[in-house]
Write a protein that binds this ligand. Structure first.
Ligand SMILES: [Zn+2]
Length: 340
């Protein structure tokens, strides 16, 4: 899923139209939206980057296994924070990380709907270079939709399942690059529709807590890049170029996709997304949000009971998973990494 208050979508095909899609969907999952004319947005400048040469065999994942994880996660049903299903999904994730180095970040979030237990799970895979690359996905489903059949196959499960498969790929291998920390973050979704709170105050609970914690303990300074995956399972995969992300890191992602022949699935559209990367962007960490916020015609499947596994494709998981791993491989060899 993604929780966002405002999405500025720029349609680049002709005269730009800005669509303001409000996150405050009601219990039926209807998204309020309005359109207004706007000046065409300038395309973000493409940074000049000195990339290391292509380094041989492309990284791969087991996309069938990743899709099986998606199916198993959604089989638990809706998984909003504080629910029994949520606990089952926590256990599902951690059961696949047995033997790995795992850090739990557990706290109580004070929300407009009351206090809720929140749990971020971090699996750490050590490298020999000084620095950390974080790859994150939220795993909760939308709290206001807790009484519906909304299961968030794309919105939350697809990316969280992909991270489990990335763990499989990283496990037991000596890394000659940066350490990789996989983060399954919690309570990304807004808790209350039509709250008077600013959006950023009623969403992103888990990742905000983690960013604050890592800032306080000095971890944040070691993070070289923050890669976020959200809504990446759509069979019709078109990853947005997010203008709230770091331009040079977005460019590295695009170059990584191009090296794998996946460039047609990336950046055909510009977007401006409020998502889990924002607290890290605000603290000066280079971020890239990999998200396809066009899920069905006019995003009709987003936050609805129609967000089901049949809309997804293992090929999309393979495209995004491979691109993330190739991005990491490029970052490992870029010396020095650009400043933010
Ligand atoms: Zn969502």
């Amino acid at each position: 899923m993604i929780s966002k208050q405002i999405v500025l979508r720029v349609l680049l095909l002709s005269i730009a139209v800005v669509v303001l899609a409000c996150n405050r969907d009601n219990d039926e999952g209807q998204v309020k939206a309005q359109t207004q004319p706007a000046a065409p947005a300038a395309a973000p400048p493409v940074p000049e980057l000195s990339l290391p040469p292509d380094s041989g065999l492309p990284p791969t994942i087991d996309s069938a296994r990743a899709m099986q994880y998606v199916k198993e996660m959604v089989a638990f049903g809706p998984r909003p924070v504080g629910s029994a299903n949520h606990k089952k999904v926590e256990d599902f994730i951690t059961s696949h990380l047995r033997g790995d180095t795992v850090e739990d970040d557990v706290f109580t979030a004070d929300t407009p709907e009351g206090k809720f237990p929140v749990r971020n799970v971090v699996a750490k895979f050590s490298g020999i270079k000084d620095g950390i690359i974080v790859i994150a996905s939220h795993y909760d489903t939308n709290y206001p939709l807790r009484n519906t059949s909304y299961i968030g196959a794309n919105d939350g499960a697809s990316s969280s399942a992909l991270l489990l498969e990335l763990a499989n790929q990283l496990r037991g291998k000596k890394r000659d690059g940066y350490s990789i920390w996989l983060v399954w973050d919690d309570a990304e979704e807004a808790m209350k529709p039509d709250t008077e709170l600013p959006f950023e105050k009623d969403s992103l609970y888990g990742i905000r807590h983690l960013a604050e914690k890592w800032q306080a303990d000095g971890t944040l300074k070691k993070i070289k890049a923050f890669l976020l995956a959200d809504m990446i399972g759509d069979a019709d995969l078109n990853i947005d170029r997010d203008q709230n992300s770091t331009p040079w890191l977005e460019e590295v992602v695009y170059q990584a996709a191009s090296r794998l022949g996946y460039q047609s699935h990336f950046f055909g559209r510009d977007n401006q997304v409020t998502d889990d990367h924002i607290p890290f962007m605000q603290r000066g960490v280079p971020c890239a949000d990999l998200i396809d916020f066009d899920y069905g015609y006019n995003n009709v499947f987003w936050h609805t009971p129609q967000d089901t596994v049949d809309k997804l494709s293992p090929k999309s998981l393979e495209i995004v998973g491979g691109t993330i791993l190739e991005t990491v491989r490029i970052l490992d060899k870029m010396e020095p990494l650009p400043p933010k």
